[in-house]
Design a protein around this ligand. Sequence first.
Ligand SMILES: NC(=O)C1=CN([C@@H]2O[C@H](COP(=O)(O)OP(=O)(O)OC[C@H]3O[C@@H](n4cnc5c(N)ncnc54)[C@H](OP(=O)(O)O)[C@@H]3O)[C@@H](O)[C@H]2O)C=CC1
Ligand SMILES: CC(C)CCC[C@@H](C)[C@H]1CC[C@H]2C3=C(CC[C@]12C)[C@@]1(C)CCC(=O)C[C@@H]1CC3
Length: 362
Amino acid sequence: AYIGSTNRRQCSRTRCELLSVCRMARTGRVVLVTGANSGVGLALCERLLSDDAQLQLCLACRNEQKAAAARQSLLISHPKAHVSLIRLDVGSMRSVLRAAEEIRQRYNRLDYLYLNAGIMPSPQVDLRAFYKGLFSGKAIHMFSTGEGLLTQKDSVTADGLQQVFATNLFGHFLLVRELEPLLCQPGHSSQVIWTSSSNARRSTFSLDDLQHKQGVEPYSSSKYASDLLSLALNRHYNSQGLYSSVICPGLVMTNLTYGILPSFIWTLIMPIMWLIRIFTNTFTLTPYNGAEALFWLFKQKPESLDPMVKYHSLTSGLGNNYTRTRKMEIDDTTSAALYENLLEMEKMVRKKLKDGDVEHAK
Ligand SMILES: NC(=O)C1=CN([C@@H]2O[C@H](COP(=O)(O)OP(=O)(O)OC[C@H]3O[C@@H](n4cnc5c(N)ncnc54)[C@H](OP(=O)(O)O)[C@@H]3O)[C@@H](O)[C@H]2O)C=CC1
Ligand SMILES: CC(C)CCC[C@@H](C)[C@H]1CC[C@H]2C3=C(CC[C@]12C)[C@@]1(C)CCC(=O)C[C@@H]1CC3
């Protein structure tokens, strides 16, 4: 379903006016974005500040220098904006607990939590699968999802978790749990927005191997898990005013994709990608375009969102951005089972960290 466009049409004027009235009534909204120092996250911050100068924007990043540079670049275009930094390595559970404590001290509520940080370590492209896919009649599907083309090499974190799972999913889950008091406030609704992917595939995920220790597609598995988890969060927290959604930014040129092919190769094949964009619309290519669905959700009433769909940023052949929904291949039973498993894992991680502290103090 076509649901939005930045190239405003006449008919959307009334809706826009309504939205701006709502916006004025709620100035000073608090927005936290993980992985905000580059790519889609940074572009989102730019777009949010252009829309609402009163925002209290918090960039949650693991690298202080990159975060300070991102803040500086935002302040150049928005000199009066309220932009603060928080140190957060979502792949380290100790860092998540520390950052959450700091956030709870700084703010008394949180309106938007963008769970955007993500990694795809050591990606390998399967060239044979690529050539086969080109002539299989499924080329468009292959270009829009990358299905079957990519494998990654995962590693284990200091917490003993698989790195991709810890970063893309579990650290964010723990963050939501820790920020519950700020997100769930009486008479007030909040949005949790996950940057998922079209690469999320059911077949790469297993409840028996949540962390994807056994496979070679941890990225796809972690993104599918985020789709499931978003549904579970809705089931658990909607009654407390928390609404969760997932988006896909499309294929965007960022540090993540520069890990797949070097940036000069992407630049060389750019004309081919513009051509492919005519057929798929998923080649959003720039971080600004990729942030479309994240920005679109910022302007929606959370109660109106559908927990079973993914919101896709799309860019037409002529370069127009819009957001479109696609039904996800998820179900309540698997989603609830994942949630229970994550709660169990959370207990174990908390205990391990506490025991570690005691050991350290001895
Ligand atoms: N680019 C694309 O085509 C697509 C991207 N996505 C998703 O979009 C999201 C943003 O990625 P994108 O902008 O493309 O890539 P970038 O690499 O530019 O951005 C990723 C961000 O996540 C941060 N990050 C990574 N690991 C951690 C960590 N442990 N703790 C805190 N921050 C961390 C990075 O920080 P640092 O600079 O310190 O590494 C960076 O700011 C990701 O979730 C990705 O999976 C989804 C579909 C397609
Ligand atoms: C001519 C070129 C367009 C050839 C590029 C082939 C592949 C490297 C890419 C085709 C589809 C791409 C894709 C991704 C990575 C690069 C491709 C496989 C992602 C998996 C990147 C991360 C995501 O979250 C989704 C992307 C889907 C499409």
